[in-house]
Ligand binder design. Structure first.
Ligand code: SF4
Ligand code: SF4
Length: 136
């Protein structure tokens, strides 16, 4: 080492200084605005056009029809590159990015997320007919 004294000075100068690093994961991370995290699907807005499926560069989305105006969206996040192309492509704003980024898993199957609209509520029960008025 050519100038050990210079290095020692730097070390001593920083001994009592506040660290420049953060303590994540022991403290919550500060998420920057615009972070593209886990995709969220709003089933009630989806029209099943499959544009998101076609535009996804990673083949990470599958949209299936479940019934009349009911669709499910399957995300394979182990394939997702978080480009948000699907969000930009969706004509109904049925997809959005969240700031959820802690998605690491040892089992890739746990990165499959299936979203679908809840079943339609049952139709209200038919009301009994009022009794016919008696005639004399
Ligand atoms: S963020 Fe990109 S890679 Fe991920 S599902 Fe959407 S289009 Fe596909
Ligand atoms: S692009 Fe939007 S509306 Fe079309 S299938 Fe995908 S989520 Fe549904």
């Amino acid at each position: 080492m050519k100038y050990p004294g210079r290095m020692l000075g730097e070390v001593l100068a920083h001994l009592g200084a506040k660290p420049n690093t953060i303590k994540y994961p022991y403290e919550p991370a500060v998420v920057q605005a615009g972070l593209r995290g886990k995709i969220k699907f709003f089933a009630e807005k989806c029209i099943g056009c499959k544009i998101c499926e076609k535009d996804c560069p990673s083949d990470a989305i599958t949209v299936n029809k479940l019934g009349d105006k009911r669709f499910e969206c399957i995300f394979d996040l182990d394939k997702c590159i978080y480009c948000a192309q699907c969000v930009d492509s969706c004509p109904k704003k049925a997809l959005t990015v969240t700031n959820e980024f802690e998605l690491a898993q040892l089992d890739r199957h746990k990165l499959r997320f299936i979203f679908h609209a809840p079943d339609a509520p049952p139709a209200p029960a038919a009301q009994p007919e009022p009794p016919a008025a008696k005639t004399a």
